[in-house]
Structure formats: C-alpha cells, structure tokens
Design a protein around this ligand. Structure first.
Ligand code: COA
Length: 165
C-alpha cells in the first residue's frame, strides 16, 4: 500500500469514492455536503494536507484536511475533514495508514490539536477515531432552516426591483 499526496488526476476517483460512502448509506457530516466543489476546493487550498492510498493501480482511500491557525492564538489546529476507504478494502488498515500519515504531516506543521467530527451514529468511524487516539467527544447540535420557499419570494422581489429601475 502506498500513501501519497493527492494529485489532480485523483480528484475524480476521490469524488466518486466519496459519493459512494457519503451519500448512499452513511452521511457522516450532513451539514457539509460531499460534492465536487468540496474536493476541488480542498485540492486548491490544502493539497499538502490531502492524501490518497493506493493498492496496485487502485485508489482505495483518501484523507482530506486543513490547518487552522488563528492569528492571536499560539495554537495551530489540524482538521481531518473527510476520510474514506473503499468498502472492498475495509478493515485492512488503509484508514489507519492514511490517518498516521496525516498525523505525521500535522506534527511537521507544528499542529497542537487535531479535530475530527462525525455523526454520533457512525460507529465504524467513532471506533476508528477512538483507536487512533481521539478522545473527549463533545456533543453538539446543529440546526437547519429550509429557505427554498423564501428563496422564490426573494427572487421575485429582486425581479420586481429590477423591473422598476
Ligand atoms: C471509518 C473508515 C474510514 C475506516 O476505514 P478502514 O480502512 O476500514 O479502517 P482500518 O482497517 O484502518 O481500521 C482500523 C481500526 O478502526 C476500527 N474500525 C474500522 N472499521 C470498523 C468497523 N466497520 N466497525 C468497527 N470498528 C471499525 C477498528 O478498531 C479497526 O481495527 P481492527 O480492524 O484491528 O479491529 C471506513 O469505514 C469508511 O470509509 N467509512 C465511511 C466514511 C466515513 O465514515 N468516514 C469518516 C468520517 S469523514
């Protein structure tokens, strides 16, 4: 198994693997939608913190992350944003290798704290992250507001406004 930095040719395979993992059955981070902009955006902004795992010719997993440094804080935070492994290669230590590589990179970056988040019922991910050494789970609630009805009204208002000009 080889772990290497993500390259532009990996974007489509990573996106399609994520589509299988994050939209079909499990949705670990509902408030962050898995889409091609997420993958391309992280590649553009944080390619040095994004890695893929290969077995032979197969791209079997990925980890996409970022580093957050607040200007007034001495602490640098590493955020493991997305991680996924092809189910055909599950329980073979792919995620383990990816996460360790990510961790090493974070240490080299001077990161003091790693953050990861996932749905409370994503037991495989929770077990995995605990095994990796993540502790102190904090519960948080996120809420949503459906704006689809209001959007139409806003568009109509905008349309009316323009018509008056
Ligand atoms: C979570 C995930 C990344 C694990 O990938 P993986 O390559 O199968 O994990 P590993 O083989 O490295 O497993 C390492 C350890 O994690 C735990 N673990 C992994 N998958 C598990 C599962 N399905 N059930 C219980 N424990 C699991 C085990 O402790 C395992 O060690 P063991 O096999 O010696 O018991 C993978 O299941 C996945 O892609 N899930 C869908 C996407 C997701 O939820 N991503 C995380 C949030 S972004």
């Amino acid at each position: 198994m080889k772990i290497r930095p993500v390259e532009v040719d990996d974007l489509a395979p990573v996106f399609h693997l994520g589509e299988k993992l994050f939209t079909a059955n499990t949705v670990p981070n509902l408030y962050r939608t898995w889409d091609e902009f997420e993958v391309v955006g992280l590649y553009q902004s944080d390619a040095e913190y994004c890695f893929v795992a290969e077995i032979g010719e197969h791209l079997v997993g990925f980890v996409l992350g970022t580093v957050i440094s607040k200007t007034k804080s001495a602490w640098k935070y590493g955020h493991l944003i997305w991680m996924g492994v092809d189910p055909a290669f599950a329980r073979q230590g792919v995620a383990d290798r990816l996460a360790r590589h990510f961790l090493e990179t974070m240490l080299e970056e001077g990161v003091r704290m790693l953050i990861v988040d996932t749905e409370a019922d994503n037991l495989p991910a929770l077990k995995f992250f605990r095994k990796m050494g993540f502790t102190n789970p904090q519960e948080h609630i996120y809420m949503t507001m459906n704006l689809s009805g209001r959007q139409q009204t806003a568009l109509e208002k905008k349309g009316n406004g323009q018509a008056k000009k």
